[in-house]
Design a protein around this ligand. Structure first.
Ligand SMILES: C[S@@+](CC[C@H](N)C(=O)[O-])C[C@H]1O[C@@H](n2cnc3c(N)ncnc32)[C@H](O)[C@@H]1O
Length: 217
């Protein structure tokens, strides 16, 4: 007689990332991730070059920028560089954190349902969407297409970033990790991808040489 096989217990898949309880974006959060050199996730110099990159690409695409919305602007690290690089553009910071709104006088509201008086030429949404659960993130992306009349800069920590790219000792783990495809599928309903995190509304003309466009590698 052959051996009877005892069903083996299935090994529980190890979690790539276990989300901690959500933070509430208090002073302690910004001290740790933005203000303390030893633990911060980004420096003012990096944010300056990010602002320079965004404005150069939009200039090259001949997209004029008069009104900027920084949705989930945090301590406003992009405000000064945008002022220096595009002095004629107005900057509005939208924030859900009561602490930040009291401290910096940002417009208080949520990216999920904020309705401005008029749309913005450039909307920046940097490192914000990963804080929203799926349904809210999907609503926020749909709202981005109402807030933005020309260009959008988006970046959010993805599953791949967590696995391969970020420095976990400096990255907040209390987030909702999704794939880049999850974001791209929703963004591409209203926007066309230009590159480096920049999307342009489908009804806006941005002529790029074929070899400058993102494409299959
Ligand atoms: C990781 S910080 C990024 C701050 C800023 N974008 C930067 O990169 O310097 C995330 C910010 O998003 C804000 N936030 C989170 N959910 C939001 C929402 N639904 N609407 C607007 N802001 C939100 C938080 O208060 C926090 O300031």
């Amino acid at each position: 007689m052959g051996q009877t096989s005892v069903p083996r217990k299935r090994k529980k898949p190890s979690k790539l990332h276990a989300a901690a309880p959500p933070n509430n974006f208090t002073a302690a959060y910004f001290r740790k991730f933005y203000l303390t050199a030893a633990t911060r996730v980004v420096t003012p110099a990096e944010m300056h070059s990010r602002a320079a990159l965004i404005s150069s690409i939009l200039k090259q695409c001949q997209i004029p920028v008069r009104r900027i919305l920084d949705a989930g602007c945090g301590i406003g690290l992009l405000r000064k560089p945008f002022k220096q690089i595009m002095p004629r553009a107005s900057y509005i910071g939208l924030e859900a954190s009561p602490y930040l709104c009291d401290r910096f006088h940002w417009v208080r509201g949520s990216l999920v349902d904020f309705v401005p008086r008029s749309a913005f030429d450039l909307v920046v949404c940097y490192d914000v969407l990963q804080y929203l659960p799926d349904a809210q993130a999907a609503r926020a992306i749909a709202n981005l297409s109402r807030l933005c009349r020309a260009a959008l800069y988006v970046s959010a920590l993805t599953t791949e970033d967590w696995r391969e790219n970020c420095d976990r000792s400096r990255t907040d783990r209390a987030v909702h990790l999704r794939t880049g495809t999850w974001y791209r599928r929703r963004l591409s309903k209203s926007f066309r991808y230009v590159g480096f995190g920049i999307w342009v509304r489908k009804n806006v003309t941005a002529v790029l040489w074929e070899m400058e466009r993102p494409g299959p590698s």
